[in-house]
Design a protein around this ligand. Structure first.
Ligand SMILES: CC(C)(COP(=O)(O)OP(=O)(O)OC[C@H]1O[C@@H](n2cnc3c(N)ncnc32)[C@H](O)[C@@H]1OP(=O)(O)O)[C@@H](O)C(=O)NCCC(=O)NCCS
Length: 185
């Protein structure tokens, strides 16, 4: 299926509308990650725990794409708090000061997913750019599994660079840590 641009609406949700949008975020996760749900880290329950954690942070925002009223994909992100542990799992040290977080510096993009019929249509990029468009942070970071080189290449084509591998939780996969400047920094 192709998604003509004029049938798509991108809606931004802040923390004040988290309860309203939460069921949609969980339902799309369960569909997109259906073949990985038996892995405890990727279970719906663990996703909901992570989602609650992310959405308890200041600056949480989601952008959900609707095609003719049907949710087709989304992304969400929060500002890293001062002293954030985001960089703590890096396998190799980062340059001096690189990991210093003051509560304003870095946006962490926690999830980006698009349902199968809308893959390869450019919708993921549109959601991503809409989410970043009005953010005040200097840079955005996300994690991608190095075993998904095409997704990593996609992010590189969107302006991200890999700054090293990390393991954020003991039972999480090893992820490549991707960073892109925001706001001409
Ligand atoms: C990541 C995503 C939003 C990108 O959407 P998109 O811009 O429409 O791009 P595509 O879906 O066409 O993906 C680009 C390529 O990456 C591959 N790819 C996408 N997700 C993948 C995954 N989870 N594992 C392995 N490869 C994947 C696709 O097969 C495609 O390869 P191709 O060009 O040979 O067909 C979408 O693929 C998605 O929702 N994937 C599942 C969730 C996910 O992995 N999110 C990213 C977490 S970092």
């Amino acid at each position: 299926m192709t998604a003509p641009a004029d049938t798509i609406k991108l809606i931004r949700y802040g923390l004040d509308r988290f309860a309203e949008i939460r069921p949609t975020l969980v339902a799309l996760y369960a569909e997109v990650y259906a073949d990985q749900l038996s892995d405890p880290f990727f279970s719906v329950e663990r996703f909901e725990q992570r989602l609650e954690g992310y959405a308890s942070r200041p600056g949480w925002e989601a952008v959900v794409a609707y095609d003719g009223g049907e949710a087709a994909g989304y992304a969400f992100a929060s500002t890293l708090p001062a002293g954030s542990a985001w960089w703590a799992g890096m396998l190799e040290p980062l340059p001096e000061g690189y990991a210093d977080e003051d509560g304003k510096r870095t946006l962490a993009l926690f999830e980006l997913m698009v349902r199968q019929p809308w893959r390869g249509t450019g919708l993921a990029h549109r959601i991503h750019e809409e989410l970043l468009a009005s953010r005040p942070e200097e840079r955005v970071t996300l994690l991608v599994e190095p075993t998904h080189p095409k997704v990593k290449a996609l992010y590189e084509s969107w302006g991200y660079s890999n700054v090293g591998d990390q393991q954020p939780f003991p039972d999480a996969p090893i992820y490549a840590t991707m960073v892109r400047p925001l706001n001409d920094s």
